[in-house]
Ligand binder design. Structure first.
Ligand code: 5AD
Ligand code: SF4
Length: 484
């Protein structure tokens, strides 16, 4: 299953520039990204800023004048992987003196100047809100100084920067709609690395989505740490300032109205913030995908309280009921943490049972990793032994595997509208795409004259836990049928 929020397969992915890029760039940069989709979207903003300064992307680190790593701090393991990567780049630097290495993103924000002191190989450190200053910092570093900007901002959204789409399938794109997070979940480092929550100008989001659609894209995923608290009021002095405030439900509607051929997804929703207004908007537009990522984190009310999630087990279950009532057949997925501070066997059972109750199609599952500076690190003892954390995580994974398989089995015999994304990885004879519910569907190209970006109706006849297989029964999109 392809994770929209935190794709394991994409960790460490480097930009592969389009082959057709014939621009004579002044210098070359290489960028490798870790972490969530927000971080990958940020790398596209960075690429855009660097392009303007005459830097072109290369997919080969050894070829670059500037090597950038866009980092993640969410778990200790992510930071360890990145540290190891930085030592690889040290070798390149040795062979090619003058190569600059920069650390961007959440780990840069968390460790700040420590990076320059400890890691002798790093020349530039830039936090998530300071990417506009990158060209200046590169110049400083070129003159032999250590360059750093980790200032967080209250209003930076990079609204006016048109991200450079690289490594894209040309069909689906991420669009950042807000930055930062105000939730203060006690386990989470994000409020410290990405700062206060702020929403991006609605008009700039719509323009970006329209432009993507005009360039052949057929799916946008609206991104934010907590999309349901999106709220934008245009300043009164602007012509767009008379339209009133834009809530997330309104924004979803505006994006959906661009074209019935443009699918809209969003991630991530906080269970406390997703409103009936959003659910009703989803019912009204076929092109708003019926899939909600609703991280539960734990099924125990006591643990949820310690996590500062601000909802109880019962409240979460009622939210799931409401989604099932208003949007029957809607996909629901989750994030789950095993072994948070003081978690006992009963709490763990509560997590397993809420997974079963919610019937998640898929989940991202982790064991708790204490992060320096978080509320949990300051308030609680990380007292669940590693062995127990791993055992519980294994049980959670086993439960999810069963639920995913059962979910796919329930869909056998059904016909689903699939947006074709690419040839399947395993065989060029097959297409791969996704259903509105975000399930991966693979089917033979056969004699149908289809291409990526087309909508087809696929009848599903077999499945594994992660993929559904079927055959095309019609190449006419349902929304076209509706209007005939
Ligand atoms: N330890 C383990 N998992 C974490 N997450 C966030 N912080 C931690 C941590 N300290 C998980 C949460 C979140 C997802 C992106 O990562 O489940 O939703
Ligand atoms: Fe994304 Fe959080 Fe990792 Fe930062 S720490 S890159 S916000 S997952």
């Amino acid at each position: 299953m392809i994770d929209k929020a935190h794709d394991e397969k994409r960790q460490g992915e480097a930009f592969a520039p389009f082959k057709s890029d014939s621009t004579a760039w002044r210098k070359k940069f290489y960028i490798e990204s870790y972490g969530c989709a927000m971080n990958f979207a940020d790398s596209e903003v960075v690429a855009s800023i660097l392009n303007k300064e005459g830097f072109g992307a290369t997919g080969v680190a050894a070829e670059a004048d500037l090597i950038l790593v866009n980092t993640c701090s969410i778990r200790e393991k992510a930071e360890q992987t990145i540290r190891k990567r930085l030592t690889d780049f040290k070798k390149i630097k040795k062979n090619k003196p003058g190569t600059l290495v920069g650390v961007l993103g959440c780990m840069a924000e968390r460790l700040k100047a420590k990076f320059l002191e400890e890691e002798k190989l790093v020349d530039i450190v830039v936090g998530p809100d300071a990417y506009r200053s990158l060209p200046g910092l590169v110049e400083e570093a070129e003159s032999g100084q250590k360059a750093i900007n980790v200032l967080l901002s209250r209003d930076e959204t990079y609204a006016d920067i048109s991200p450079v789409r690289l490594n894209s399938n040309g069909i689906s794109a991420f669009v950042s709609i807000m930055r930062g997070c105000n939730n203060m979940c006690s386990f989470c480092v994000v409020p410290f690395t990405r700062g206060r929550e702020r929403s991006r100008d609605a008009e700039s989001i719509l323009n970006e989505c329209r432009e993507l659609f005009e360039n052949g894209y057929r799916e946008v995923t609206l991104l934010g740490q907590n999309v349901d608290s999106y709220y934008y009021e245009a300043p009164q002095t602007l012509p767009s300032g008379n339209g009133g405030a834009v809530t997330f439900a309104k924004l979803l509607e505006k994006v959906a109205l661009i074209s019935p051929f443009l699918r809209v997804r969003f991630s991530t929703s906080h269970p406390k913030d997703i409103t009936d207004e959003v659910l009703h908007t989803m019912t009204r537009y076929a092109n708003i995908c019926k899939s909600i990522h609703l991280p539960v984190q734990s099924g125990s009310t006591r643990i949820l309280q310690m996590m500062n999630r601000t909802y109880t087990r019962q409240w979460y279950m009622a939210k799931v009921d409401r989604i099932r009532e208003l949007l029957p057949g809607c996909g629901i997925s989750s994030d789950i943490i095993a072994g948070f501070c003081t978690e006992n066997g009963e709490d763990h059972k509560d997590t397993l049972s809420i997974m079963e109750y919610s019937n998640y199609d898929y989940s991202y599952m982790f064991f708790y990793s204490e992060r320096p500076g978080t509320l949990a690190q300051r308030r609680y003892v990380d007292d669940v032994p590693q062995k127990v954390k791993k055992e519980r995580l294994a049980e959670i994974v086993e439960m999810q595997n069963r639920l995913s398989l059962e979910s796919n089995q329930r869909d056998l015999g059904g016909t689903f509208e699939v947006l074709i994304e690419s040839s399947s990885k395993k065989s060029d004879e097959n297409w791969m795409g996704r259903s509105s519910q975000n399930k991966v569907v693979v089917f033979p190209k056969a004699n149908h004259n289809c291409k990526p970006g087309d909508y087809v109706q696929v009848k599903v006849d077999s499945c594994t836990q992660g993929t559904m297989m079927g055959k095309i029964v019609s190449t006419i999109p349902s929304f076209v049928n509706d209007t005939i």
